[in-house]
Design a protein around this ligand. Structure first.
Ligand SMILES: *[C@@H]1O[C@H](CO)[C@@H](O)[C@H](O)[C@H]1NC(C)=O
Ligand SMILES: *[C@@H]1O[C@H](CO)[C@@H](O)[C@H](O)[C@H]1NC(C)=O
Length: 424
């Protein structure tokens, strides 16, 4: 009896706390809505999916080195009117982005919506360090610097394999199709070069503006930013700064605060985005700019920013440069070794734009020409297509989707009847 009363008091306290917690979160969101933030900029992946009529799931993936990642899935597109095709598709975001970047331009242009509308079983991971994947079995990202001791190389070596294995296990498939943007494309190549056992788990890799070496990056602002992290890495470590540009950090908060205003979004914020990348008038809707600033920048390690800073000044696609003496210790060579692109034997399709000021055509063509199994190195028809167009343009159905569709179709089948029977 006593224990029952005790239990019900505990339960109701727990219940109360849940309500209070929710009200608090709700209040913060409502407050922002009143202040003029766009609703979509405040929603997470599953909330966005629900808002637009898509069924989604949230999954947790643990890597070999104990990072805890959040991966989302859209099981069936709202406009999918047929059987779901196999294999599953993995859609990987870029540097400082998250799964939500694939939704910021809305259901008529966001690739997460469009690809699931084509009846693919769509999985959208988040790599270590962004706001969905800031967790670890043992390390506390708020206290332990070891959590932040990673660059794109660890993302390639641990996060992508863990995500692939999770999808294969969960869907009882033997392969996936991979689509990766920018860092998501470069890390695909690193993984396949370092872990050839993953070749058999991939049918095709579709790489959108893959970031490898950044020798010919034209954006001065982007160069300045990455150079800053590279040059100041030891100093940042000394003063205890290991995380770069988190969501909820000062840069993101100020950007979201300013860009929520339609007029400022259409002028100042648009101009700023163009300075980071390049000018492509009319491509990104002002509403998309208002929304994306709620999800970007999504955070990474300062070490990862420094790694891309090194890539600006390298003429190879290579590992992290620790400086001569530590390189000798780690790699046995004074210079960091290049990734062995000849070992990437999986079929690859490269899609990119001529006006990309971040991953420039010269660098993307360079990596394409060094891969042994490139099915096509495709330039988007619009000569002004740039980096951010992949996630944020309102014209993705016209410029990027057809090519993605072509290769997904070529490397997919409809699930056989018994498959749907046993695993509906
Ligand atoms: C997204 O929002 C929903 C609804 O508020 C919540 O239940 C879920 O935990 C959130 N997901 C993440 C990863 O924050
Ligand atoms: C690169 O990979 C290819 C193919 O697997 C292999 O033949 C070659 O020896 C490797 N090169 C180096 C330097 O490891």
């Amino acid at each position: 009896m006593v224990s029952k009363v005790f239990l019900s008091i505990l339960l109701s306290l727990n219940f109360l706390e849940t309500i209070v917690g929710e009200t608090r979160a709700l209040n913060e969101r409502e407050l922002k809505l009143v202040k003029g933030y766009s609703l979509d900029s405040l929603l997470n992946f599953t909330e966005l999916a629900t808002e637009y009529g898509y069924a989604s799931e949230q999954h947790t993936v643990t890597t070999e080195d104990d990072y805890i990642l959040t991966m989302f899935r859209i099981t069936r597109g709202k406009n999918c009117h047929g059987p779901i095709r196999k294999p599953p598709v993995l859609l990987m975001h870029g540097l400082l982005m998250s799964s939500d970047s694939w939704m910021d331009s809305g259901p008529k242009a966001g690739l997460a919506y469009l690809i699931s509308d084509l009846c693919y079983d769509l999985w959208v991971p988040n790599v270590r360090g962004n706001y969905y994947s800031k967790k670890h079995v043992k390390l506390d990202p708020a206290k332990d610097y070891e959590f932040w001791d990673f660059s794109a190389i660890e993302i390639a070596y641990y996060d992508i394999p863990a995500s692939i294995d999770y999808i294969l296990k969960h869907t009882m498939s033997d392969k996936i199709n991979y689509i990766g943007f920018s860092q998501g494309g470069g890390t695909f190549l690193m993984m396949n070069s370092e872990r050839p056992e993953y070749h058999d788990k991939i049918r095709v890799g579709i790489l959108l503006e893959p970031a490898t070496r950044l020798t010919y990056t034209r954006s001065q602002l982007f160069r300045f930013l990455l150079d800053y992290y590279q040059a100041n890495l030891p100093y940042l470590y000394q003063i205890g700064i290991y995380e770069a540009l988190p969501q909820g950090g000062i840069v993101q908060e100020i950007a979201a605060f300013l860009c929520k205003n339609y007029v400022i979004a259409d002028t100042v914020c648009r101009y700023f985005l163009s300075l980071i990348d390049s000018f492509h008038p009319g491509s990104i809707k002002t509403e998309t700019i208002r929304v994306l600033m709620g999800h970007f920048p999504a955070g990474t390690s300062v070490k990862n920013m420094a790694y891309y800073g090194q890539a600006l000044n390298a003429d190879m696609f290579q590992k992290f440069d620790y400086g001569r003496s530590r390189n000798l210790q780690m790699y046995g060579t004074a210079q960091p070794p290049p990734f062995n692109l000849s070992a990437v034997t999986v079929p690859v399709v490269v899609i990119h734009g001529r006006n990309d000021f971040l991953t420039s055509p010269a660098d993307v063509d360079w990596v394409s020409s060094n891969l042994p199994n490139v099915l096509e190195n495709y330039y988007v028809v619009d000569p002004l297509s740039n980096h951010f167009d992949v996630t944020y343009s309102q014209f993705t159905t016209r410029f990027i989707l057809p090519k993605i569709m072509e290769y997904l179709e070529k490397f997919s089948q409809y699930r056989d009847i018994y498959w749907d029977f046993y695993f509906p």
